[in-house]
Structure formats: C-alpha cells, structure tokens
Design a protein around this ligand. Structure first.
Ligand SMILES: *Cc1c(COP(=O)(O)O)cnc(C)c1O
Length: 231
C-alpha cells in the first residue's frame, strides 16, 4: 500500500512542478509518520524515503533509535521548551518555532551540544484560533529577534493551512506565506538564509507546490488514515 501511495504522491508532485515551471528537485517530500508503527517507516525507508516528520518529542526520539542513521528527522509539531534538549542533536530542522522564548531555548541547547540548528518560523497565516504560530504581522520582527541568537539559523517559514474540502481555498494562504517570505528576504537580515517554505499536507500539497512550497508534509497520503486511541 505504501508503495502505491508513494508513487501517486510522487506523480502528483511531478505534475504540480510541471504546471508551475518548477524543478522536481526543489520540492522535498517529508513522510509524516506520526502514530504509525516503525515497520511502516522502514517500508517507506526501503522505498527511498529519507525525510520523516514527527510531531511529538517522545515518539520522534523512540523512532530515531530504531531507524537507520541517515534518516533526516523533521520536528513539525508544537514544541515545549522543556523538551528541546531531547531533539536538538537529532533533528535536521525544527519547523514549528513561533516564539522568541522557544528559539532562545533551542539556541541555548544548540550551543551546549555544539550544533547549528536550522529552524523555520511557523506562521498562522489564516489566523485560526486553534492553531499555533506567530501572526503574519509579527513574523518579520520575530525573525529579526531570533536571527541574533547563536547556533540557530532561520531557513524559512512554515504554515499549517486550514482543513478544507477544496484545496483551492488554501491557495491564498500559501501565497500569503510566500509573500511574507519574500518580504523577509528583501530585508537582508544578518544570519537569515531563507530558502525553505514548508507548506502543504495530504489534502493540499499540489496547490502548495504551485505557490512555491519547497517542503511538503504528507502523512495520510503515504501511510493511510491515522487512528488515534483515546486514553
Ligand atoms: C499530521 C501533520 C501533517 C500531515 O498531515 P496529513 O493530512 O496526514 O498529510 C503535516 N503537518 C503537520 C504539522 C502535521 O501535524
């Protein structure tokens, strides 16, 4: 099942790249494996996946130990400051930075462990109350503040678009994130090397690619529906 799903996703990525005149290599597919058992991750790995996304620290760390060392782990979920220390030397990127306080903690741990941590600023472009992320208005000032911290490098922006039936409804939010990204680049802030836009999930990654996504986060589209057990 994973193989067929992956093939479909890759074909869709390719088609969206063609439609928008972009190179296929400019879009990285992150396999979002949260809640899924390690066997499924291994299957995806054997099919060539190297970028995996998780949204919980404990689960990421557990899976990190069980998977080959050349996996690139992406932290895509809300991150509490007291858990930063468990992941800074394990993940290739933290997509969900939305406050200076969180960035300060990441910086502190990165200095301690002598690593440079690439991060994305999470922006709540649709202004949804239920979502984390900085407001669009605050994105630039937050980027400026974080850029001054040691051992952290801002590589771009991330957004989680609203859940919609018709992915076209999210096009304006992806375009808006891209615009904020361009605005920040034009500011030429020291220590900001923005080249990544993390946007698009199973329901809307094709539209996100058309609007400039470089990282797409696909879970259901690869691994199937998630089952959440209630505790
Ligand atoms: C779960 C999750 C995804 C993947 O969602 P699907 O709809 O299953 O593709 C993407 N991004 C974030 C931040 C997530 O938490």
């Amino acid at each position: 099942m994973i193989q067929e799903n992956l093939n479909i996703v890759k074909e869709n990525v390719c088609a969206a790249c063609n439609r928008s005149g972009r190179a296929n290599e400019d879009v990285t597919l992150i396999a979002v494996s949260k809640t899924k058992p390690i066997e499924m991750l291994k299957e995806a790995y054997d099919l060539g996946c190297r970028d995996f996304g998780e949204n919980k620290v404990q689960e990421l760390v557990d899976k990190y130990d069980k998977m080959p060392k050349d996996v690139r782990w992406h932290m895509i979920g809300h991150l509490q400051r007291n858990k930063v220390k468990y992941i800074v030397d394990k993940v290739c990127m933290i997509h969900s930075v939305d406050s200076l306080r969180l960035a300060e903690e990441i910086s502190k741990e990165a200095v301690k462990k002598n690593v440079i941590m690439p991060i994305l600023i999470e922006v709540n472009v649709a202004d949804e109350e239920s979502k984390f992320g900085t407001t669009s208005d605050d994105a630039i000032s937050l980027t400026e503040a974080i850029s001054k911290l040691p051992n952290i490098v801002i590589r771009g922006l991330m957004t989680i678009a609203p859940y919609v039936e018709n992915s076209e409804e999210n096009r304006l939010y992806f375009a808006k994130l891209k615009q904020i990204y361009v605005d920040i680049i034009h500011k030429n802030i020291d220590n900001v090397f923005m080249d990544e836009l993390s946007m698009g999930m199973s329901g809307d990654y094709e539209v996100a690619i058309e609007e400039g996504a470089t990282l797409i986060r696909v879970g259901t589209g690869i691994f199937g529906e998630r089952q959440y057990t209630t505790v």
